[in-house]
Write a protein that binds this ligand. Structure first.
Ligand code: AMP
Ligand code: MG
Length: 494
């Protein structure tokens, strides 16, 4: 595995050989990297477009004969996949080759075997398959363009902006699924294939066994994400989630680089420092002025392609942080997303029934929030990966009965216990603080709106309006964040 995946994103069109005439050029993707042209014709189908690459040595498109595969992202269960193919040596081949071998053996069922962070397009004869991982952590958008009297073609991209501004509306491939399009059919209906669904039943394990299982799975997930073994970067808040990831990365690599962001309003530097001193990481603190933090809102909307102001408040400080990491592209691990399967956001919820219910509701509604999208760091050329949303970790955490998630008055009990002996006691017991709180993002945005004269009871609404205006400019109309005429934080966007 190389520091970055071979392909980070793409915008392509695929169809019968004559479709090129009508394939308009894709809009620029937010994800930054190398650039590779996708241009292939054979067996009656042609591919055209561009891929953003993380590792220049690999061609973007792989395959032979009537099969072609474009895979953005990476796989985390390569050993098991090689085992399923009966050839442990396959663990060393590129992910795309492994996937083509799986396709040969399993067809569409191969997609149910993958634990990864990916979006892929595959053609097998006239059949086109567009698939994303269990969490749609690498978003994939698809538009089927029909030609009266002619053959249809498909436009697909890892960012919605690349498909905006054309007549044919695009749809997102839902999390844990693939859409299959028959390109020989003049009027094809994409047929869904379900590859994953969040568990709704709960498992009872003795508490010590639950703790051991969490430790083992999280450890495996971190290890699978370490790339070529170069010490990774961890975005560290000093909370239990990112501290656990840091500790496990250090255990495997000997060390890690950690970064913590703070603003003039608030920071978590002390909590992070406690972990840094305990683990001996190479640490950096970045302080951002809250006014310049707010200016990164445009970059956040551009990268995340969402309008929900609450989610934007979680993502904005991270985008701000990634944009302030100069130098070579980095592989970054986060502690993002642990709170969803563990009910961490509901830190004061005592009733287990309520805890389990909100957790089930959150798992049923995460898709489309784009909280895990690689473009968030990709706008700065970095690659992120999120161990808590590893397919196996997530399956385990979601399915554990709520009595080990909240126990003895402690939230996220099972995770805290899983890290006992590895992190300082104060870190293990630290109360959850959301990134939007710990960085002062929520209050900075509210204050800017208040200063601009927005009444108190309209602040949330003003945030939503500002996000929607930015979305229109940046995603629908295709503007660049540097070109938005804006005074972010005051609701003024034209
Ligand atoms: P939280 O809302 O605290 O769960 O944040 C989600 C993830 O974002 C954490 O697990 C960290 O990986 C990262 N993060 C949160 N706050 C910071 C911060 N101040 N500096 C760097 N990374 C952070
Ligand atoms: Mg936190």
């Amino acid at each position: 595995m190389t520091p970055l995946p071979a392909v980070l994103g793409f915008a392509v069109s695929v169809g019968a050989d004559d479709h090129r005439l009508s394939a308009e050029p894709a809009r620029r993707l937010a994800v930054r990297g190398g650039s590779a042209t996708v241009d292939h014709a054979g067996h009656g189908l042609s591919w055209t477009g561009t891929a953003v690459t993380g590792t220049p040595r690999d061609p973007a498109l792989s395959g032979q004969d009537g099969r072609r595969l474009l895979l953005a992202g990476e796989l985390y269960n390569r050993e098991e996949l090689a085992l399923a193919l009966g050839d442990p040596a396959l663990v060393t081949v590129p992910d795309s080759h492994l996937l083509l071998r799986l396709w040969e053996r399993y067809g569409g069922a191969a997609l149910r075997l993958l634990n990864g962070r990916y979006a892929l397009l595959l053609t097998d004869g006239d059949r086109l398959v567009a698939a994303t991982d269990h969490a749609a952590s690498l978003p994939l958008h698809l538009a089927v363009v029909r030609h009266p009297g002619g053959r249809p073609f498909v436009r697909a991209a890892t960012e919605a902006k690349a498909l905006a501004g054309t007549d044919t509306p695009a749809r997102r491939v839902p999390a844990g699924s693939a859409l299959i399009v028959d390109l020989a059919d003049p009027d094809p209906r994409p047929v869904p294939l379900a590859t994953w669904t969040p568990p709704v039943s709960r498992r009872i394990l003795p508490p010590h066994a639950a703790v051991a299982a969490v430790r083992e799975q999280l450890d495996r997930a971190v290890r699978a994400r370490l790339g070529d073994g170069t010490p990774p970067t961890v975005v560290l808040s000093g909370g239990i989630d990112s501290s656990a990831v840091t500790a496990l990365a250090v255990a495997h690599c000997g060390t890690a680089r950690t970064i913590t962001l703070g603003t003039d309003l608030r920071d978590e530097f002390e909590a992070a420092r406690l972990v840094v001193d305990h683990l001996g990481t190479e640490h950096e603190e970045i302080t951002v002025d809250s006014a310049s933090l707010l200016r990164d809102l445009a970059w956040t909307v551009w990268a995340a392609e969402i309008t929900d102001p609450d989610v934007l408040e979680y993502l904005l400080p991270l985008v701000s942080l990634y944009r302030r990491l100069p130098g070579a592209p980095r592989r970054i691990l986060t502690g993002y997303g642990a709170d969803i399967p563990l009910g961490g956001m509901h830190r004061d919820t005592a009733a287990l029934e309520t805890l389990d219910q909100v957790l089930a509701a959150d798992m049923a509604t995460f898709d489309g929030l784009n909280e895990l999208a690689p473009a968030l760091s990709g706008v700065a050329g970095h690659w992120t990966t999120h161990p808590y949303w590893d397919r196996e970790v997530l399956d385990l955490l979601v399915s554990l009965e709520p009595g080990v998630k909240r126990r003895d008055g402690t939230d996220k009990w099972v995770l805290r216990r899983a890290m006992a002996g590895t992190l300082p006691e104060r870190t293990l017991g630290r109360r959850k603080l959301g990134i939007h709180e710990g960085s002062g993002t929520t209050s900075a945005w509210s204050r800017a709106l208040r200063d601009a004269g927005v009444p108190e009871d309209r602040i949330h609404q003003a945030k939503a309006a500002e996000a929607a205006a930015l979305y229109r400019r940046l995603v629908v109309e295709g503007a660049h964040p540097d070109d938005t005429d804006q005074d972010t934080g005051t609701g003024e966007h034209r």
